[in-house]
Design a protein around this ligand. Structure first.
Ligand code: ACO
Length: 326
């Protein structure tokens, strides 16, 4: 059996922060951010809005259009409501799904692809019939508002999909996958304090170690290499050529990264999906938000690829289904 994509839902907080808004309080400019990243604006969660709020809104939309129950909920997030417990059980409960299995996956910006692979595995083995997979983030809560190097990059949002069970030759079929990680490079993009290694104290706050720290240039290099290599490995496993891909949906970190990966793979620009200008980098939410915007025709073959802190990366193939309107 194969996991089948049945529905997509999204949620973004209403508040929009433009590059000019950021330039009013940071030493940056709309021109710098647009040329370096392709980002024009991002949605930012208001005080009191949490990751689970966005996850519930996106999940409700996906469930509404696909109908019926699911027996597992997986939330991919870097920004859980609390360090303990995970966010998914509360999301499941608030969606009226009762006592279904529910857990989080943290693979940062590759989290949605990891969660999709996990859900597909549960469906293929018969452990689950239908799954709700949500990528949800409030990245602006862990980004240093005073660090121009990261504050301009990230935004908040959520995207959700419902997976059911079917056959590999059916529209909506998801897989195969390619997943990988490189923990030697964990320090390139991390929140140094607030976990078990370095609990949060005043010294950590004074160093701003409770916020995301990034070596931007090296992360850029790694992102291009890992997403390109993972996509190639997946195509080889599926015995497909790059010309067999109708639509390329990469992690929406940065337009230059997406262009570099698309160019390396030889994917024509008109087959690449990008909405980074509107949302910025929404980490685990970025792939499902881009899927929702993709406007793909049923039967077309789609390549998803993502890269995140960890380092982690993952790619997936799917055949686009006829999706019911929500
Ligand atoms: N506005 C103005 N100037 C800035 C800003 C800003 N927002 N940020 C940095 N600068 C300055 C730097 O301080 C530097 O100044 P200096 O030369 O005086 O030292 C100058 O701009 C150039 O900095 P670089 O880092 O060389 O700029 P670069 O062209 O590499 O672009 C960027 C920086 C956009 C961060 C790039 O490295 C990048 O995209 N990296 C990947 C980041 C990313 O996508 N991370 C997340 C991916 S993984 C995930 O999604 C979790």
């Amino acid at each position: 059996m194969t996991a089948i994509l049945q529905a997509i839902g999204t949620a973004v907080p209403p508040q929009i922060v433009t590059n000019d808004d950021l330039a009013a309080r940071l030493d940056t400019s709309d021109e710098w951010v647009r040329t370096r990243t392709g980002i024009a604006q991002r949605h930012v969660a208001e005080a009191g809005t949490s990751t689970s709020d966005l996850a519930v809104e996106a999940g409700a939309e996906a469930l509404k259009s696909s109908g019926g129950e699911v027996d597992v909920v997986i939330v991919a997030t870097t920004t859980p409501d609390r360090i303990c417990p995970s966010t998914a059980p509360e999301v499941a409960s608030r969606l009226g799904l009762g006592t279904v299995a529910a857990f989080d996956v943290n693979a940062v910006c590759a989290g949605f692809v990891y969660a999709l692979a996990t859900a597909a595995g549960l469906i293929e083995t018969g452990a689950a019939e239908r799954a709700l997979v949500v990528g949800a983030e409030t990245m602006t809560r862990i980004v240093d508002p005073e660090d121009r190097g990261t504050a301009v990059l990230f935004g908040d949002g959520a995207g959700a999909v419902v997976l059911g069970r079917g056959h590999a030759d059916q529209p909506g079929a998801v897989g195969p996958f390619d997943l990988g990680s490189d923990g030697d490079r964990a320090d390139l993009l991390c929140v140094p304090a607030g976990g078990a290694r370095r609990p949060l104290d005043q010294a950590a706050r004074d160093e701003r170690a409770n916020y995301l720290h990034m070596d931007g240039r090296e992360v850029y290099r790694q992102a291009v290499k890992r997403m390109s290599d993972s996509s190639r490995a997946l195509l080889a496993r599926a015995e497909l050529d790059v010309d067999d891909i109708d639509c390329f949906i990469g992690h929406q970190a940065n337009a230059r990264i997406l262009d570099a990966v698309g160019d390396r793979l030889g994917i024509a620009p008109e087959r690449r999906i990008s909405n980074v200008a509107r949302y910025g980098n929404t980490s685990a939410a970025s792939i499902p938000l881009a899927m929702s915007d993709a406007g793909v025709e049923p039967g077309k073959r789609v390549l998803l690829t993502a890269f995140g802190a960890g380092m982690t990366w993952g790619s997936a193939l799917l055949t686009w289904p006829e999706l019911a309107a929500s």
